[in-house]
Design a protein around this ligand. Structure first.
Ligand SMILES: Nc1ncnc2c1ncn2[C@@H]1O[C@H](COP(=O)(O)OP(=O)(O)OP(=O)(O)O)[C@@H](O)[C@H]1O
Ligand SMILES: [Mg+2]
Length: 231
């Protein structure tokens, strides 16, 4: 089990072109999240959305890069144990990862991959288990989250959408806060309201909503707003 898997992450605009307007917008989101953190302990954040393809992985991987660029020791965890894609974004093998650590086949240190981005580590999903929700709600997950929070300034969890399966609620309940991604011209208002309800029922602190893929003047812009104003 080695840990020498360094790759170039050309898929990530925040790495490829940090000066672009889109990267700047990711920094704006980062600033907003930083403000939410001032009075609260927010080391572990989950990113989810109402339905598939809203842009959870795109948003969270770029935010992970942006936080690392700011100097925060950051861990991106692919906790989408249904349809993981984080390893593709970071161009990593996914033969082991989170699920191996949870089943004690590997330690966190062994399973984590370093990246060419200083301060950014990645834990891919690992082989897909038959029981993702149980694994994510296990005692092993709670212990692992404590270890992650001790080793990193910020731990960002990618997850499946809230609508279909309970994974995001189960994991979100263990996190300090949640980011809810909404895709412009795609997520229905009713789906968003339902997602928000499901997260709140699970006692999850939604720290913000991110509107993804908003087309404006032929450019894609990202907009972050306080959750109370986003209603
Ligand atoms: N703002 C954007 N502009 C252009 N393409 C985007 C944008 N956001 C996401 N995409 C594309 O849309 C697709 C879905 O995005 P992504 O994988 O980030 O969504 P997801 O919510 O993680 O999906 P899933 O529910 O399958 O995990 C990808 O092909 C991604 O490249
Ligand atoms: Mg995804």
């Amino acid at each position: 089990m080695m840990n020498k898997r360094k790759r170039v992450d050309d898929n990530l605009i925040t790495r490829r072109d940090p000066k672009s307007p889109i990267s700047e917008l990711y920094r704006t989101i980062r600033t907003n999240i930083d403000f939410s953190m001032i009075d609260k302990q927010l080391n572990t954040l989950i990113c989810t959305s109402a339905k598939p393809c809203d842009g959870k992985t795109t948003t969270l991987t770029n935010l992970a890069v942006t936080f690392a660029q700011q100097g925060k020791k950051t861990l991106f965890v692919d906790a989408d144990l249904r349809k993981p894609t984080g390893h593709m974004t970071f161009q990593l093998e996914n033969d082991y990862g989170l699920t191996n650590v949870l089943t004690k086949k590997s330690t966190l240190k062994e399973a984590v991959a370093t990246t060419v981005i200083e301060k950014l580590d990645v834990l891919t999903s690992g082989p897909l288990p038959p029981n993702p929700s149980e694994l994510l709600g296990s005692q092993a997950m709670k212990e692992l989250m404590r270890e992650m929070a001790e080793s990193y300034d910020l731990v960002l969890f990618d997850s499946p959408p809230v609508g279909a399966v309970t994974d995001a609620q189960v994991l979100g309940n263990l996190c300090d806060g949640a980011l809810l991604v909404v895709r412009s011209n795609s997520t229905e208002k009713s789906q968003l309201v339902k997602a928000k309800e499901l997260l709140e029922q699970a006692n999850i602190n939604i720290i913000g909503t991110i509107l993804n893929d908003k087309k404006k003047d032929n450019t894609t812009v990202y907009y972050y707003s306080d959750q109370k104003k986003a209603k």
